[in-house]
Design a protein around this ligand. Structure first.
Ligand SMILES: Nc1nc2c(ncn2[C@@H]2O[C@H](COP(=O)(O)OP(=O)(O)OP(=O)(O)O)[C@@H](O)[C@H]2O)c(=O)[nH]1
Ligand SMILES: [Mg+2]
Length: 305
């Protein structure tokens, strides 16, 4: 457990206001609260609205089917129904707290498609861990993109973290070196950055597998968390990404970036439902401080109130 990430999400309401409109606002305005029961027309409307808010077809129809099957379902209780369902879905996906163990090396392996916000997430995590007095090492595993290491270097200096970087080297060897250094010099945290794009998806996935193997072999005793970074604006595409990365690297959680301003934050619910992956971190801006712990109750409150 890492207490620092537990703080309440400030400005969460602002960050999710567009999602709240597209998900909750539109669904609630599609029913007449004064009706005694749902018409088939209203149920279809609810389903369509949920789908267009990026909840996903199967989850949306499951929610509506359950309403249809309920004897006394009342339109005036739709808000309560959705709120409870959403909280349950988020909680069923697993523990939302970022794993952290004192007295061990904690390795966070950061993956995701090109531009999702991996490097920025690493900078933010480094900053957070550093401000908690942890010894932080960044492994610059994106040796593919020319400017990537330099970008990471600037962030690491700013965050006060150390970095292992090797120009044009094999990413797995960079990670290997970082793990040896962390063991010898007693680091608390290793943040592993990875490339988002290679010549093709096959190469990228092979590279990620290789890095994962190095981590598992070199540090089997370490706390290891594999985080998929998803841009909140990608909507349903995020679900596809979670499937592809999940098959290649055993993911343990999701970080949702760029939630600020996104109207498609409902993808969090679709991922929790379909992939059984808990969201643990949320990016709400481009600055180092703009990283929040994800708390299902706070998130749902911000969406519905
Ligand atoms: N508004 C906002 N912008 C963000 C957030 N996180 C990242 N960004 C921006 O998204 C862009 C891409 O971020 P990167 O961290 O470079 O993404 P990446 O996944 O490392 O990209 P590649 O290394 O090219 O695969 C940058 O312009 C970031 O400033 C966020 O939470 N909110
Ligand atoms: Mg990057």
């Amino acid at each position: 457990m890492f207490g620092f990430f537990k703080e309440k999400i400030e400005n969460l309401k602002d960050a999710v206001s567009n999602t709240a409109k597209s998900l909750v606002g539109n669904v609630l305005s599609s029913v007449d609260e004064n009706e005694e029961e749902y018409s088939e027309f209203a149920l279809d409307d609810i389903e369509d609205t949920l789908i267009s808010a990026d909840l996903g077809v199967s989850y949306a129809s499951e929610l509506v089917d359950r309403l249809r099957a309920q004897k006394n379902a009342k339109p005036s209780e739709l808000k309560k129904y959705l709120k409870e369902e959403f909280i349950q879905t988020l909680k069923n996906a697993g523990d939302n707290e970022l794993s952290y163990k004192d007295g061990e090396v904690n390795i966070y392996f950061i993956t995701g498609v090109n531009g999702a916000g991996k490097t920025t997430l690493i900078a933010k995590m480094a900053y957070r861990f550093k401000s908690e007095g942890k010894k932080v090492l960044i492994a610059a595993g994106d040796t593919f993109r020319a400017a990537a290491e330099e970008q990471l270097n600037i962030w690491s200096v700013r965050a006060g973290a150390d970095i292992v970087r090797r120009d044009k080297a094999d990413p797995a060897s960079v990670v290997y070196e970082a793990i040896q250094k962390a063991k010898n010099e007693h680091y608390d945290v290793i943040l592993v950055d990875t490339a988002g794009r290679l010549q093709n998806k096959f190469n990228l996935m092979e590279e990620l597998k290789k890095i994962k193997t190095v981590i598992d072999k070199q540090a089997p005793e370490a706390l290891r968390e594999s985080i998929l970074v998803i841009d909140a604006n990608t909507g349903q595409n995020g679900l596809q990404q979670a499937k592809v990365f999940g098959e290649c690297v055993k993911l343990t959680s999701v970080a949702l970036t760029k939630l600020d301003g996104s109207a498609k934050g409902a993808i969090i619910l679709a991922i929790a439902k379909e992939m059984n992956l808990p969201v643990k971190l949320v990016g709400v801006g481009e600055k180092m401080e703009d990283l929040k712990a994800f708390n299902p109750d706070d998130f749902i409150d911000a969406l519905f109130n």
